[in-house]
Design a binder for this molecule. Structure first.
Ligand code: NAP
Length: 310
């Protein structure tokens, strides 16, 4: 019988309790799941959410793996007390949710929906948007989430380019990588979606220089991580009208402080880190499958490369 510690905010436990028990059962793993323990040395696996409060992994001397409920691992990847393998979350529900959020916000800007929704004051002013095929969209980050979004946008016939660290190939997407690739992708993008992890390399990626590579009036959509963007440079680009709009789901400080200039800015849309969430039913199966693999001595899924940072 294995012991699995569920280390997440207490509100998560009622959501995960039954799906986790069921998934472990279906995976053929005999385990008891606990939400706290006085015997950390007896814990075999840790199901982990960064906002659950656990920071020191030293007492979990026999834990075989830490299984993150989150896709983004920037707050744990540099934790020196964590010596066990760390797996991040790749979840079908998370992916579907992100595709819906990204597609919705791209369509908002593509179709110019605000003109209609925010009121035309009795002015009959037909502005016909171009077809998606004539709208150039860029997706930075072609991992689990970026790939799914790029392909969904391509299926709607947007002219999609993507960017990643290493070379990738995706049907219907102009895939670029490396520094030159970024310049090409940004230089043509009317709408940019950030789906990169936060690492030492990607922090402040969208600084004044890179924002300046975007065409006049471009729209930035960020469901990745707040620190991918230099906030001051973004505000300057929006204030000057060089950038048309920024739709931001993630921020350096969350919740976004009430006095932050993003809140009242007419060219900024703030959403409260809801672009997508891990879904208990599908995520529990990912966790259970990894525990089954660890027990069987098979390679773990979605292992984080600690040196790379994601
Ligand atoms: P992933 O599968 O690890 O993919 C990351 C992608 O970013 C890969 O294509 C990778 O390139 C690329 N990349 C990493 N470092 C790079 C660099 N220095 N230069 C260029 N490309 C780089 O991650 P994911 O599952 O798609 O998730 C992406 C991020 O979304 C997460 O890290 C998290 O921050 C965020 N997220 C947000 C929400 C929300 O609700 N707002 C929800 C879930 C996740 P390679 O392909 O070459 O490795």
């Amino acid at each position: 019988m294995r012991t699995v510690l569920f280390s997440a905010p207490p509100a998560r436990w009622p959501q995960y309790r039954a799906p986790l028990a069921r998934a472990l059962d279906e995976a053929g793993v005999a385990a008891r799941i606990v939400t706290r323990t006085d015997a950390p040395g007896e814990v075999d696996y840790i199901v982990y959410a960064p906002n659950g409060g656990l920071r020191d992994f030293t007492p979990f001397s026999h834990a075989r793996a830490v299984l993150s409920l989150w896709a983004g691992v920037e707050t744990i990847v540099t934790n020196t007390t964590l010596t066990q393998p760390l797996c991040r979350m790749v979840d079908a529900g998370l992916e579907e949710g992100m595709v819906e959020w990204v597609t919705g916000h791209v369509l908002r800007h593509h179709l110019g929906m605000d003109r209609q929704i925010l009121g035309q004051n009795g002015v009959w002013d037909p502005v016909v948007p171009p077809l998606a095929r004539d709208r150039r969209v860029a997706v930075l980050g072609l991992g689990a989430l970026g790939r799914a979004c790029a392909q969904a946008l391509a299926a709607l016939r947007f002219d999609v380019a993507g960017w990643s660290r290493t070379a990738r190939a995706l049907d219907g997407v102009d895939c670029q990588h490396g520094a030159e690739g970024l310049r090409r992708v940004l230089g043509r993008a009317e709408i940019v979606v950030l789906l990169l992890p936060l690492t030492a390399e990607t922090e402040n990626l969208m600084d004044a220089e890179r924002l300046g590579w975007l065409p006049e009036g471009a729209v930035l959509i960020n469901p990745g991580r707040g620190a991918l963007i230099d906030d001051a440079a973004l505000l300057a680009a929006l204030d000057s009208g060089r950038l048309g709009h920024a739709t931001l789901d993630v921020f350096r400080t969350e919740p976004l402080p009430p006095a932050h200039p993003f809140w009242p800015h007419p060219r900024v849309t703030v959403t409260p880190h809801i672009a997508s969430e891990t879904r208990p039913d599908t995520a529990a199966r990912v966790i259970a499958e990894n525990i089954r693999r660890a027990e069987a001595g098979e390679p773990l899924l979605f292992l984080v490369d600690r040196a790379r940072g994601y």
